[in-house]
Design a protein around this ligand. Structure first.
Ligand SMILES: [Zn+2]
Ligand SMILES: [Zn+2]
Length: 962
């Protein structure tokens, strides 16, 4: 039996309805059941990348919640077992920076002063600060995942696997210690990798003084080489100048000085000059010059000379002469190539440590001004001007970065590059173009610097002998127990402050071995997730065999060169295997004006408010339908979420409301045969939908799937239902049952198709079917994915219905042009150039309210629609009668009369045509409004109601008789 919707339910907001469903799923353990009911022998493996819990979730996270929720749901419905476990990224600079701020720490040495142990324990206490907020947002968005027992990168088991992996690749010779010029944050005192800087666009446009300095040649009096730089502070550490030996250079004369620069940049010279000489850059090689600041002390004299920088010395920027100091990638390459002195004139805090005495201790960026003034004083400045360029800043603390040459541990990427490239071919990227991008990321990848000079991360398991420098790498807690001088517990915490207390005995000289101070790059940890989350190979070895690689991962585009890349490197190193088979890459969500979303600028609406207003489903399908799913950026527009809500969610809700209202016995949601053309058409449409949605879901294309849904819901609501209403309310029970059965069949399948993308509204549909007793299962999310029936797909019907709709559309336009309301029945519409069966013509007649649809000439080439707009008296009277019926039925509704209530009608009007219509159609009107008697022009009615028909006043009174 069907239960009536209670008033409570009717008043519930969309937001509340969704929240109730979350509770319903939780109470009934629907997620757990959906996983447990599938066989372990048929897994669909999914890795949910671990986020940091150090901030609140934003739109980017919400997008990833949604994308990562859709496909596991889909494959579950397809019969696969898809376990989903949450994880937390706990280590690295983001959390360290937050803790430094909270502890008011400005310099790294303050951490040593408070003790690494205290600092790390503080980090541990803060790292899971926002987990409740995360869980709330995850739940509210309808994302299903096992939140309890989530793995954490700071778990001992997790870190032990990282040790295992490191030892394995170290033993196989993929790890080396070296020096590298890296971007370096002098505040965090740690190198940052290039991708960390480019990932979230840490470059900012800044304007600062660029200068052109004069370098005096030793053997040629009053002759200077001109070199341009945007970082004057690096001039203090200058060791050489580079030219392009193949380019043309000139010597020019201004006043009594000779200046040398590249020929095609002569327009940089604003003063009057005279060209004295033109020559190739190679003429300049090995010339010596006087340093601006004498700090190189190497005796071999291999400094302050002109070298060949080759094609990297560009002819269209600067003076074609590059000043070389340690602080640049190109510079460092040249320094190594020409065996120039390595001069680090800036210390690890970013302050000058060697150079002019008065400047020692000055912050590197503040040296720019000092250098400029000093060179000006000494007549070594050619000119200076404001220059705008993009400069990298620390993505955590916003300090301007500098290059620095540092000792570090590396993974030899060059050696495994061919394998990385080869394996990439096995990955299905969505969109496909990302494969190319990934390939070029691999092709240009430098070696991976895996050490960090920080505190809160997995300690690197390398011990070095204090005397003979023997190295020992440890791969497990057990191995450490076997080698350590001290007692080591089984559950050893592998953080720096604990492990640093443990020493080994040197196998060569028997002296003490100490751990090196470095910790791991946290990307080595997140890249180890497929193994470390399961404590492989210390546990789960059997399980792992059938659960690797993953079937599906998804992240935003910035992670292509981050998490995806590092997982790929590690799985290739360990197993020469890909870590994931299918990967969906999302674009970035930007503010409405196309700028980055920024909390301080408040340039985006609070996601909680969006969900409150339009529901999680509307936000889900808005994101899933957008170009974000094709890895393109999206400017977030609340207006579009609102449109989606109205055109999709509310249309569906209205369909459901209509469906619930209709009461009938012996209903079924199984496919039944119907001879009605609208039924046949919508059944065809549904089967096409099942076919196409399945195809697109297999191709991870939710943008196209959403488009199919939008179009189907619109067809269902604004064509099928709109033109079938009479049948649903028909007194012919068979006709009514057929229509309701068709709609039940459609809704039942639609709820399943919608379930992965919009889990809330699909459950609402499913519950309505359950209210009518059509469903056995408790939730749509325990259902199987529907299959389509080829026999029910009929392109001919679709084609003819499209034609029918076109005719209706044109007829309605003709009505609109002649300002005749649809209520006014017309005599006929005449069609040319069309061939349609009667069943379609009947649909047309009803939809445009004409008595006859006449096909004049089928063979005409072009479709012609000619609406007869003449309103005869007879048509007018019929129109009036229909109008009366409509008003009277509304009045009955207002009086809350049921179909069983019989009435007497009292009606008064001065208009003769209305009275005439009442006479002619009296019997029909009486039947439709359930009136026993109609009394005309009665005087002094009380409690009457008035309305107008064609501007003529009508006054009515209804007397209820039972
Ligand atoms: Zn920093
Ligand atoms: Zn030793």
């Amino acid at each position: 039996m069907h239960k009536k919707a209670t008033n409570m339910e009717r008043k519930m907001s969309y937001n509340e309805k969704e929240i109730n469903l979350i509770q319903f799923w939780e109470d009934n353990k629907i997620f757990e059941k959906s996983v447990d009911q599938r066989s372990e022998n048929k897994p669909y493996i999914f890795y949910d990348g671990p986020p940091f819990a150090t901030g609140l979730p934003h739109y980017g996270h919400i997008l990833s919640f949604v994308t990562k929720d859709v496909f596991p749901r889909y494959w579950t419905m397809k019969g696969y077992r898809c376990e989903r476990k949450w994880g937390w990224d706990c280590h690295g600079l983001p959390i360290e920076s937050i803790c430094e701020e909270a502890l008011n720490i400005r310099q790294k040495n303050e951490i040593y002063e408070m003790g690494i142990s205290n600092f790390n324990e503080f980090c541990r206490s803060k790292v899971l600060w926002y987990t409740n907020e995360w869980k709330n947002t995850v739940d509210r968005m309808g994302k299903w995942i096992e939140f309890e027992n989530s793995y954490k990168t700071m778990d001992n088991t997790y870190m032990e696997t990282v040790w295992y992996i490191f030892k394995k690749i170290y033993t196989e010779g993929f790890v080396y210690k070296g020096k590298k010029v890296l971007y370096y944050c002098p505040r965090c005192e740690t190198p940052l990798s290039n991708f960390e800087i480019s990932m979230d666009n840490s470059y900012k446009d800044i304007t600062e003084e660029s200068i052109t300095a004069k370098f005096k040649l030793k053997e040629e009096p009053s002759t200077y080489l001109l070199a341009w730089t945007t970082t004057p502070w690096t001039l203090i550490g200058n060791v050489a100048l580079a030219v392009n030996s193949d380019q043309a250079y000139v010597k020019i004369k201004i006043a009594n000085e000779s200046l040398i620069l590249i020929k095609n940049q002569l327009d940089l010279i604003k003063d009057k000059y005279e060209i004295i000489e033109e020559f190739k850059g190679k003429e300049l090689l090995n010339k010596k010059y006087e340093p601006l600041y004498q700090i190189a002390t190497n005796a071999d004299g291999n400094s302050y000379i002109v070298i060949d920088g080759g094609e990297d010395v560009l002819s269209e920027e600067g003076t074609g002469i590059i000043h070389l100091a340690l602080y640049g990638e190109f510079d460092y390459d040249m320094i190594k190539k020409y065996n120039l002195p390595i001069i680090q004139h800036i210390d690890e805090h970013g302050e000058l440590k060697s150079g002019p005495k008065d400047w020692i201790g000055i912050w590197f960026k503040n040296l720019d001004e000092e250098v400029l003034e000093d060179l000006k004083q000494r007549n070594l400045l050619f000119n200076s001007e404001a220059y705008t360029h993009s400069y990298p800043f620390c993505y955590r603390c916003d300090t301007p970065l500098m290059y620095n040459a540092l000792d570090a541990w590396f993974i030899d990427i060059q050696r495994i590059k061919p394998r990385l490239l080869e394996n990439n071919r096995k990955i299905n990227w969505y969109p496909k173009e990302i494969s190319k991008r990934f390939q070029s990321i691999i092709e240009t990848a430098p070696d991976w610097c895996i050490s960090r000079n920080r505190f809160w991360a997995t300690a690197m398991p390398i011990w070095v002998c204090e005397k003979c420098n023997e190295i020992k790498v440890i791969g497990s807690v057990k191995e450490l127990q076997e080698n350590a001088v001290e007692e080591v517990p089984d559950d050893l915490d592998l953080h720096r402050h604990i492990v640093d207390e443990i020493h080994l005995r040197c196998p060569i000289c028997e002296r003490v071995m100490n751990r090196i101070p470095e910790v791991f790059d946290c990307w080595l940890e997140s890249g180890s997730m497929p193994y470390a989350a399961k404590h492989y190979p210390f546990e789960n070895v059997e399980w792992f065999k059938s659960n690797f690689p993953s079937d599906f991962v998804s992240e935003y585009i910035g992670q292509v060169r981050a998490w995806f890349y590092y997982m790929h490197v590690i799985s290739t190193l360990l197993f020469d295997e890909i870590p994931f088979k299918n990967v969906v890459v999302n674009g970035n969500i930007l503010a409405e004006d196309g700028t980055k979303m920024s909390k301080s600028k408040r340039n985006f609406p609070d996601p909680n408010l969006i969900v409150e207003k339009y529901g999680a489903d509307a936000l889900r399908i808005y994101l899933l339908s957008s170009q974000l799913m094709r890895a393109e950026d999206l400017n977030f527009k609340e207006e579009i979420v609102k449109q989606v809500y109205r055109r999709f969610n509310l249309l569906l809700i209205n369909v459901l409301r209509f469906y619930s209202m209709i009461e009938i016995n012996e209903l079924t949601a199984n496919i039944t045969t119907s001879e009605n053309i609208l039924d046949k058409w919508v059944i065809n449409l549904l089967n096409v939908l099942i076919r196409d949605v399945s195809l697109r879901m297999d191709d991870y294309d939710t943008a196209e799937v959403s488009r199919l849904f939008f179009s189907f819901v619109e067809n269902l609501s604004t064509w099928y239902l709109k033109n079938s209403r009479e049948r649903f309310k028909s007194e012919n029970l068979k006709e009514k049952l057929t229509a309701m059965n068709t709609l039940s069949y459609i809704l039942s399948n639609l709820s399943k198709l919608l379930a992965p993308l919009v889990p809330f509204i699909s459950e609402m549909i499913y519950k309505k079917l359950k209210d009518k007793g059509l469903i056995d299962l408790i939730s749509v999310h325990l259902e199987s994915w529907p299959s389509f029936d080829e026999k029910l797909i009929n392109p001919k019907i679709h084609e003819k219905m499209e034609l029918t709709r076109e005719i209706v559309k044109r007829s309605l336009e003709l009505r609109e042009n002649s300002k005749i309301p649809v209520r006014q029945i017309l005599q006929k519409v005449v069609l040319n150039g069309v061939s349609l069966e009667k069943e379609y013509l009947d649909v047309i007649a009803r939809a445009i309210n004409v008595r006859n649809v006449i096909i004049e000439n089928e063979k005409e080439k072009e479709l012609l629609v000619d609406l007869d707009t003449e309103i005869t008296l007879e048509l007018k009277l019929e129109g009036i009668a229909r109008n009366l019926i409509r008003h009277l039925n509304n009045y009955r509704k207002k009086l809350k009369l049921s179909t069983k209530n019989r009435i007497d009608l009292y009606l008064t009007t001065k208009d003769k045509e209305i009275l005439k219509a009442l006479d002619i159609y009296k019997e029909k009107i009486k039947k439709v409004i359930q009136a026993d008697n109609i009394f005309k022009n009665v005087e002094n009615m009380t409690d009457s109601k008035q309305f107008k028909i064609d501007n003529n006043m009508v006054e009515v009174f209804i007397e209820v008789k039972n």
